[in-house]
Design a protein around this ligand. Structure first.
Ligand SMILES: [Zn+2]
Length: 173
């Protein structure tokens, strides 16, 4: 071992919270701190999906929407209820386009947890008959996750709209 070479101290990954050995592991650095290279890709895909969802909700609720409140709701639904961004978006499409519900801007997306499963069933039914009227331009941006024990993505509940989107996605390949 060459002791003349400065050894970089390990730092905490801002995405998975595990340590990064900067001497041996590929990493990225940005204003918020350090990331494993794969975690950085996950973070960026997640951020893009969240921004897409936020702009969709903003157009849905109109100028009276409290987007700071909506952002909190999204965070709660994804972390506590294990919903996905595409699942939330699908539920909102279901509510507004299919059920013709007028959403109260002051309530944000509070109806989503109550209709999430109904929306899932609805879209599953659609995909069974291979209707091509599913109101999505593209499936959620996906990245392949490297196995890492405590990654929060390990806990991700896939029993929701995501399964359908994957099917859509795969059928395009
Ligand atoms: Zn990481």
């Amino acid at each position: 071992m060459n002791y003349n070479m400065a050894k970089l101290r390990s730092v905490k990954c801002q995405w998975c919270s595990e340590q990064i050995d900067r001497n041996t592991e590929p990493f990225e650095h940005e204003s918020k701190g350090y990331y494993h290279k794969t975690c950085h890709s996950e973070m960026k895909a997640d951020r893009a999906n969240r921004e897409d969802l936020m702009s969709f909700i903003s157009s849905l609720l109109g100028p009276q929407a409290n987007l700071a409140f909506v952002a909190k709701q999204i965070k709660q639904f994804t972390s506590k209820y294990k919903m996905t961004h595409s699942g939330i978006k699908g539920t909102l499409v279901y509510l507004s386009d299919i059920k013709k519900r007028k959403l109260n801007p002051r309530m944000g997306i509070a109806l989503v947890p109550y209709e999430y499963q109904n929306a899932r069933k609805y879209f599953e039914g659609l995909s069974e008959v291979r209707a091509n009227m599913i109101p999505y331009e593209k499936p959620e941006t996906r990245v392949v996750y490297i196995e890492r024990k405590q990654s929060r993505y390990k806990e991700r509940n896939v029993k929701d709209l995501e399964a359908m989107f994957e099917e859509e996605f795969n059928s395009d390949n």
